[in-house]
Design a protein around this ligand. Structure first.
Ligand SMILES: *Cc1c(COP(=O)(O)O)cnc(C)c1O
Length: 467
């Protein structure tokens, strides 16, 4: 009898657990909790904080052991589902994932248990497609339910803009304004944003990425613009992060099918990619350590060394341009994950547990010179063509192995296709990287863009036209 009551209770608890939805809270401490749908549609919390799941669900080890036999969309389902609860019916979710992830995700062996995860096979040839494509589909699903429309306003250091623009292109209830620093993106990155037209509005400024990011955040809290129903597609949005936890599980299932602890190296700018990895870790992925590799914008490696956070203003223009971030917005989440607190300006009101961070993270800054040398040497030694971002990750991994001893398996993330950065690749290797099919004829298409001054009044005036 007692046994029966116990098992009944267990079943009931289990049902309650699976049915109850994970709530999301703001890193700035605002009291309201929201569900995934709300967090996705508003992007930034009303107090300018970032949404974080109140509780991170664990995937049981027996489930993770099944991943080596699953396809990418199947793994994605297992990782994302717990956050969605019943907000999206299973069949709709599975269809969305199948449709979003209809391209290859190669895990390439370089040498002895050292792999490269190629995240560059999506339609805009950067890893940002992974997040943007699922996020776009989820947003469209929820908006249709409510008969609402949305203006996506996003700041980009190069690749977010095009991934988001492509993911939302042609949807009739969503418009996309992409704000980017004109001097800091390559011609091909720019063309990926400016040659779509339709519901995509590219907007160039003379400022830097950090300025664009600050302007966008200001627009979100401007009461005069409330009628626009603004949302962010930056890695401010939790909808970007969860899909980025998936490929860590997938890569691990291929490189470590027996469940070994892996080292991941993550080329980092705004730290959304790394946050995806840390969420995967908290969900139960067997990880030995993450290498957080930055370019010369080394505010995070400096913090790890000294315990003092100092943003870099203005940010440095490095050749891995999508990582030229002087104050990464996702550090607010990262600090929170380790018990600290940082607001959107970078003010740390409670230091995180740095010892626990060191256990999980090895932070390293890679100079442009080392990045170029890495592109050259990796090609000469292994016949593997890396672009500047992936090279920062690979150089970070090599540094880690040298300082902390050999480890297998190791997985370094390659976040873009080399053809996005032909100038640097030719310079380092003499090879003109072949243009992937997704970028064919990009250089011939007509461009549409507008330019504004780098101040908030100009952005506000521009956005006014959509009211
Ligand atoms: C955005 C981007 C990064 C940095 O990712 P974060 O999530 O901002 O740290 C790295 N590489 C490429 C190619 C990118 O587009």
């Amino acid at each position: 009898m007692i046994l029966l009551a116990k098992s009944l209770r267990r079943i009931r608890n289990f049902t309650i657990l699976t049915m109850s939805l994970i709530k999301f809270f703001s890193t700035n401490g605002h009291l309201e909790r929201v569900d995934f749908r709300q967090a996705l549609l508003v992007g930034q919390a009303p107090d300018k904080g970032l949404y974080m799941p109140e509780h991170i669900p664990k995937i049981p080890n027996e489930e993770i052991q099944k991943f080596p036999k699953m396809t990418y969309p199947e793994v994605a389902y297992e990782v994302v589902k717990p956050y969605l609860g019943d907000l999206v019916p299973d069949t709709a979710l599975r269809a969305m994932l199948q449709d979003a992830y209809n391209y290859e995700v190669p895990v390439e062996r370089v040498f002895d248990g050292k792999y490269i995860l190629r995240l560059d096979r999506g339609p805009t040839c950067s890893f940002k497609d992974f997040a943007a494509r699922l996020m776009g589909r989820l947003m469209q699903y929820f908006l249709k339910q409510e008969g609402k429309s949305l203006l996506i306003l996003t700041a980009t250091s190069g690749d977010t803009g095009s991934a988001v623009a492509h993911a939302f292109f042609g949807l009739d209830n969503i418009k996309v304004v992409v704000l980017f620093p004109e001097k800091e993106v390559t011609e091909r990155q720019r063309r990926q944003m400016t040659t779509l037209g339709g519901n995509v509005y590219p907007l160039a400024t003379a400022g830097k990425f950090d300025d664009c990011q600050a302007l966008v955040r200001q627009a979100f809290v401007d009461p005069d613009l409330r009628g626009l129903n603004l949302s962010s597609a930056n890695s401010i949005n939790i909808g970007r992060l969860l899909p980025q936890a998936v490929y860590y599980f997938f890569a691990h299932s291929r490189a470590a099918p027996n469940g070994e602890d892996a080292v991941f190296s993550v080329p980092s700018g705004n730290f959304g990619d790394l946050m995806g990895g840390l969420i995967a870790l908290k969900m139960g992925l067997p990880v030995h350590r993450f290498v957080a590799a930055t370019n010369e914008n080394d505010e995070f490696p400096n913090f790890m060394r000294t315990g003092v956070y100092q943003s870099i203003k203005p940010s440095k223009n490095c050749i891995s341009n999508a990582m030229n971030v002087g104050h990464p917005s996702n550090l607010a989440r990262l600090f929170r994950l380790y018990g600290g607190r940082m607001d959107e300006t970078g003010l740390v009101s409670k230091p995180p547990d740095r010892q626990a961070m060191h256990k999980d993270l090895f932070a390293v800054s890679v100079s442009d010179e080392e990045t170029r040398r890495t592109i050259k040497e990796t090609y000469e030694k292994h016949r593997v063509l890396l672009e500047p971002h992936g090279a920062v990750g690979w150089a970070g991994l090599m540094r880690y192995l040298k300082e902390c001893g050999d480890w297998s398996p190791c997985i370094s993330l390659e976040t873009a296709d080399p053809a996005k950065f032909p100038e640097e690749i030719i310079r380092a290797t003499g090879i003109n990287p072949p243009l992937p099919a997704a970028m064919a004829r990009l250089d011939e298409r007509e461009e549409h863009l507008q330019r504004i001054e780098g101040d908030y009044a100009s952005l506000k005036e521009y956005l006014g036209r959509f009211l």
